[in-house]
Design a protein around this ligand. Structure first.
Ligand code: ZN
Length: 164
């Protein structure tokens, strides 16, 4: 974002939301939440995750990892198609990830994102989350609330992109 927030804030937020809002105490889910972007965004391998955190955490992280060999548009389409088929643990991580992402895109977007791109992003998350319904009611309710607020905020802002 414009403040160049530390990378670690996002995975911490995802895990914190799952624990506090979702009332989830499953350590595999919470560890996977902290680690969910490591394979996608760093040099970390599945083998390393398994050696340090076990096969279950590895599996959840791999479930929520996009295939970076595919073009961006295809990866986004596959997230929509795969969401209903994820394990429940992976669905929790995916849902909390989208909660964190729509918060960021609403309040602290990347500096070069247009209003249209931000609204399109919110629309896309709604299609992914449609496939996650039934995994955790409080998290789904929070997502719905933030999506509504985000759309209202972005459309009310108009030309004034002050997200402070
Ligand atoms: Zn993430």
């Amino acid at each position: 974002d414009v403040d160049a927030s530390p990378y670690i804030n996002h995975p911490i937020e995802v895990a914190e939301t799952i624990a506090r809002v979702g009332q989830v105490t499953d350590l595999v889910v919470l560890q996977s939440a902290i680690l969910h972007d490591t394979i996608e965004d760093t040099m970390t391998t599945g083998d390393e995750l398994e050696a340090l955190f076990g096969a279950e955490v590895r599996r959840v992280v791999e479930e929520v990892t996009d295939d970076k060999h595919l073009p961006k548009a295809e990866r986004k389409q596959l997230q929509i198609e795969h969401a209903p088929h994820l394990s429940q643990r992976a669905q929790l991580v995916k849902l909390a990830d989208k909660i964190s992402n729509i918060r960021a895109v609403t309040d602290t977007p990347p500096a070069d994102w247009s209003l249209e791109r931000r609204l399109d992003y919110l629309d896309w998350t709604e299609r992914v989350v449609a496939g996650l319904r039934g995994c955790n009611a409080p998290l789904e309710a929070l997502y719905d609330q933030l999506l509504t607020q985000g759309r209202a905020h972005l459309t009310a802002d108009g030309e004034d992109n002050s997200w402070s």
